[in-house]
Write a protein that binds this ligand. Structure first.
Ligand code: ADP
Ligand code: MG
Length: 719
């Protein structure tokens, strides 16, 4: 077995030598190695088999890919404390069965075990056969409880290496009821010889360039290494490979779009946009806006479909850039659509656009699911005839009945909230054989490294500079009744001067099951309390997602029009409300919101000429709230947010954050992300479909990692 194993294992003789590079062969699905001992099932029965299945471990290959979560320090025997649950690395000195008097119980096994610090008695229950299996000299990893008096009750056990790790650490695995971490370690040790079967997908040159071990060696390090440094070397290699797969998938998607159906080249000189930029805008563009407009203009002029992500904080002026792109379509006699994830946002964009278009003669319409049928039919008719040039709306704009005469530009706001499929439908709205140029927008500023992972298939522009005249927002963390009193008084002062205020609550209603135990402020109750109490002298309105559309509109309109002084709301105000006269935002239970969400909420104030204030009610010690108080730059806060999500140096832990990496840890592996991006770009630039023989294993690994054509990296970004 050993010999044949080695014969099959060498990846480099593959396609280049053994397989003729004919198209038919190269187009065939590639599985390697074929057949492989790694596909053998695990030899388990009963609870352990169920446990393995629950962990997704079916084959030896799955097992070897099941990376340890962490290396936990093994305790020394001398250091054990009575009552402690611990893992120890020991050697068996003597071992024997001892009958138990009670009926129905199997004999115990007792072993005298030792490490370099002390000797103790280890007791194994219900497994009389162990006495024969673990002869003196066997090295064991034992997990269990130290009962005191040199006595250890074993709950899980496994044979370890001859020596154990030099730094006294033990790999710990994600486990289930049926299959413990220690059992997994035992299986792993048994499977260790099969590491030679593991093939390496990285082209030899790339691996050499990165100075990284091959995959088999990396797995060996991660499972069995003697030192933490070796584990890290193995982990880095596996992380690089994981990040490389992500980048290959993203860049291949980008390449496919660029070489697929073309877009309409909008390359005539400016007419409408020229006038509009020169004199139609009520303000001066920021440098970032100008740069973005220039880039977008260049890309729209090509037949290669634009796929650009415009990142900019709330209020950074993305809509102007989007409108420029749309007006480019209009001045070429084509149409444009802007799609937003909520009605509130769509309405907001519509108003901003109406205002920004100014005196220019552009036909615009708003289309959402609450557009009345008559109006809707009118809009659909005019879109079909081309009479309507720009439509703004929710996903209602991509329903099957919506047909455009000639859609050339699409803007997708908060693009991470839409799925790949919805965007594909949007593509289908362009004339047959064409796709629209697409400008994606997001107000969630994320660090560059994460943007490469989350949106690496899109070209990116950032608006960092806030438009001139923006006021910094003073932010305080407040808690306790006194501060609450002071806060309300401060808000009343603002209101008396004619300003307006937001009060944001995390919930709509108090939870039904515990009406008395208010765990978080609920908007409805808070509205009633404030309207009749603290703000009884002012006009207070309520806004939350469960209200009837009519009531929502009424509340928004009242607040926007200045007929309401205070808007009590849930986080529905997070995006899309632009009321420059609002100068205070009070956020209840602020600790329930994420950093980026709080930052977005805060962006609803400070939009006018008056200095603004944000009051975060929550625990004073909260690092997150402190960060908000100390920083106003969204990109900076994004870095801090990321840092706080760090889960330590754990291996194999799925990050709750972006990308969902199994091995890579961000922050931490930024430099690996960059390296993977560069390596992937080099591959895709020369061989976008990975058809070259030297990329055959890479193609197979990519298919295994992401599915042949599928790469679902566009799940919503958690707050
Ligand atoms: P975003 O969509 O990025 O949140 P908007 O494009 O809606 O930002 O712009 C927010 C507000 O700022 C709008 O009222 C817009 O008219 C205004 N605005 C945009 N760009 C500028 C600028 N360069 N100078 C002044 N005001 C601007
Ligand atoms: Mg906007």
């Amino acid at each position: 077995m050993k010999a044949s194993t080695i014969d099959q294992a060498g990846p480099h003789g593959f396609a280049s030598r053994e397989r003729p590079a004919t198209a038919a062969l190269l187009d065939a699905p590639i599985r390697w190695p074929r057949p492989s001992l790694l596909e053998a099932g695990l030899d388990l029965t009963g609870k352990a088999a169920d446990g393995a299945a629950a962990l997704g471990l079916e084959s030896v290959g799955d097992l070897l890919d099941h990376l340890p979560r962490a290396r936990r320090e093994a305790r020394t025997v001398a250091a054990l404390v009575t009552g402690e649950t611990a893992t120890v690395l020991v050697e068996v000195r003597t071992i024997s069965q001892r009958p138990v008097r009670r009926r129905g119980m199997r004999p115990l096994v007792e072993a005298s075990v030792f490490d370099e610090t002390a000797t103790m008695k280890a007791t194994f229950f219900n497994q009389p056969w162990l006495a024969g299996r673990y002869p003196p000299g066997t090295r064991l990893v034992l997990h269990g409880k130290y009962e005191g008096r040199s006595s250890f009750k074993v709950s899980h056990h496994a044979v370890t290496d001859a020596t154990g790790a030099a730094d006294g650490a033990v790999s710990h695995y994600a486990a289930t009821d049926g299959l413990s971490s220690t059992q997994i370690f035992a299986l792993m040790s048994a499977a260790r010889p099969l590491l030679t079967e593991v093939s390496d997908a990285l082209p030899a040159l790339m691996r050499a360039g990165q100075k990284m071990p091959d995959r088999a060696a990396a797995l060996g390090c991660v499972h069995f290494a003697q030192t933490a440094a070796e584990v890290e070397a193995g982990r880095r290699r596996l992380a690089f490979e994981e990040l490389l797969m992500t980048q290959l998938g993203l860049l291949r998607r980008r390449a496919r779009r660029r070489s697929g159906d073309p877009a309409i080249g909008l390359c005539d000189g400016p007419s409408l946009t020229g006038r509009w930029l020169a004199g139609g805008l009520p303000f001066e563009l920021t440098g970032d806006q100008r740069a973005a407009i220039e880039t977008v203009g260049d890309e729209l002029g090509l037949r290669i479909p634009m796929q650009r992500l415009l990142m900019g904080e709330v209020g950074s002026g993305k809509t102007v850039v989007a409108l420029y792109a749309m007006l480019r379509a209009v001045e070429h006699g084509h149409q444009a659509v802007l799609m937003a994830p909520t009605e509130t946002l769509a309405e907001q964009h519509f108003q901003t656009i109406q205002r920004l278009v100014g005196g220019e003669n552009v036909t615009l319409a708003l289309l959402t699911s609450s557009t009345p049928a008559g109006r809707r039919n009118d809009i659909l008719g005019k879109l079909g005839s081309g009479e309507l040039q720009v439509v703004v709306g929710t996903h209602a704009v991509i329903e099957p009945t919506v047909e455009f005469a000639s859609l050339a530009v699409a803007v997708v706001d908060e693009q991470h909230r839409f799925g790949v499929r919805q965007r594909a439908v949007l593509d289908g709205k362009a004339p047959a054989g064409l796709v629209p140029h697409v400008l994606h927008m997001t107000a969630t500023p994320i660090p560059r490294t994460l943007a490469l992972c989350a949106h690496g298939d899109l070209d990116q522009s950032r608006l960092r500079e806030l438009p001139r005249g923006r006021q910094a927002i003073e932010t305080h963390v407040a808690g306790g009744e006194r501060e609450r009193e002071r806060a309300y008084e401060r808000i009343r002062e603002e209101l008396r001067q004619g300003r307006q205020a937001f009060v944001v609550c995390p919930l709509v209603d108090e939870p039904d099951d515990s009406p008395n135990a208010i765990v978080a402020r609920a908007a409805t109750a808070e509205y009633e309390r404030l309207a009749t109490g603290e703000f009884a002298d002012f006009r207070v309105v309520l806004l939350h997602g469960q209200l009837h559309h009519r009531d929502k509109q009424a509340a928004m309109a009242a607040f926007a029009g200045g007929q309401a002084d205070v808007l009590v709301a849930t986080s529905v105000v997070e995006v899309g409300i632009d009321v420059p006269n609002a100068t205070v935002m009070l956020i209840e239970n602020a600790e329930r919101f994420g950093i980026s969400q709080l930052h977005q909420l805060r962006g609803r104030v400070g939009r006018g000429e008056h200095p603004s204030l944000c009051l975060l009610f929550g625990p004073k010690g909260s690092q997150r709230l402190r960060a908000l108080a100390d920083h106003t730059d969204g990109f900076e806060l994004a870095e801090i947010d990321l840092e706080m999500r760090r889960e330590g140096d754990l291996i194999g832990t799925r990050q709750s954050g972006l990308g969902e990496f199994r091995v890579a840890v961000i922050p931490g592996d930024e430099e690996l992300v960059e390296a993977a991006r560069t390596a992937a770009a080099r591959v895709i630039d020369g061989d976008p479909e990975l058809r070259e023989p030297e990329h055959a294993l890479l193609a197979a690994a990519l298919a295994a990692a992401h599915g042949v054509d599928r790469l679902e990296l566009d799940r919503p970004i958690p707050a």
